[in-house]
Design a protein around this ligand. Structure first.
Ligand code: ATP
Length: 274
């Protein structure tokens, strides 16, 4: 079942300071989460509970990390699933998986004595694309089930469920998903600027023996357009070059080669899928 396949990370310790750059996204997310935490006040004032946050932006920019950090910050259970997991041949299976996911979140939160659960759905566009009147019956049912589950969330419910979804194709999402009371909060998670890249490089260099004279700022300049995931690769590939050259520390030349390698890798990926 989808519930079984969803990865649970109850002891997840990802925190916002382990995420490089993304200052604005972090700030917007924390503001939204602070709102979630003030559940009782919100219920008293009759404010509609916040149910869904949509993270939008290119791949590898830290959307999954932000969702995990959100769970940690709010002391919630964390469950993750990907839109592509719900794609099945038979009508109704995807909808059943959505049902299981919510059920599992409630049960796990209760069992762990937590007040809330974060369900992260990556690639929401796979199930949440615009409905076109019967062509994709299976996706429609899965999406309808998600909407039903979200509509069923009440502010006085314990545990509270927050859905964080991610997509890099916001424009194809069905408008039903974006209505008030569903994913009505959107946070853009963009490619990091130079300062962000430097921060990400530093985070991923923390457990690596960098040569003392290394100029990470130069590496940050030269990796223009790289995502966080690509910067992580640069650090890793740099360490591999160091090992190949029997160097005990990672030199700037290793990182420069790693930048080229990651850039080339992207190119060949694109060519082979084109
Ligand atoms: P996708 O859309 O492809 O699922 P994503 O936006 O969810 O991507 P993540 O899965 O969060 O991206 O990031 C992948 C990996 O890249 C992380 O595990 C981490 O190693 C690195 N990474 C990405 N963004 C950052 C960041 N802002 N700070 C530190 N590391 C990052």
């Amino acid at each position: 079942s989808g519930a079984k396949r969803s990865k649970e990370l109850r002891l997840e310790s990802m925190s916002f300071d382990q995420i490089g750059g993304q200052d604005r996204a972090k700030q917007e997310l924390i503001e939204a989460l602070d709102f979630l935490v003030k559940q009782e006040e919100i219920a008293k004032l009759g404010i509609r509970p916040m149910k869904g946050i949509l993270l939008t932006g290119p791949p590898g920019t830290g959307k999954t990390l932000l969702a995990k950090a959100a769970a940690h910050y709010t002391d919630s259970i964390y469950l993750a699933a990907s839109g592509s997991e719900f794609v099945e041949m038979y009508v109704g299976v995807g909808a059943g998986r959505i049902r299981d996911l919510f059920k599992e979140a409630r049960e796990k939160a209760k069992k762990a004595g937590k007040k809330s659960a974060v369900i992260f759905i990556d690639e929401i566009d796979v199930i949440g694309g615009k409905r076109d009147g019967g062509q994709h019956k299976e996706y429609d049912q899965t999406l309808n089930q998600l909407l039903t589950e979200m509509d069923g969330i009440h502010s006085d419910e314990a545990p509270r469920i927050l859905i964080i979804a991610a997509t890099n194709r916001k424009e194809i999402l069905d408008s039903a998903l974006l209505r008030p009371g569903r994913f009505d909060r959107h946070i853009g998670v963009e490619l990091p600027d130079k300062k962000g890249r430097l921060h990400i490089l530093r985070l991923h260099a923390a457990n690596k023996p960098l040569n003392e004279g290394i100029n990470l700022e130069r590496i940050a300049s030269e990796s223009f357009g790289f995502s966080g995931a690509q910067l992580e690769s640069v650090m890793n590939e740099g360490a591999i070059y160091a090992m190949r050259e029997n160097s005990e520390t990672i030199l700037e030349s290793h990182l420069a080669m790693a930048i080229d390698k990651v850039m080339m890798g992207e190119k060949t990926d694109r060519e082979s899928t084109a």
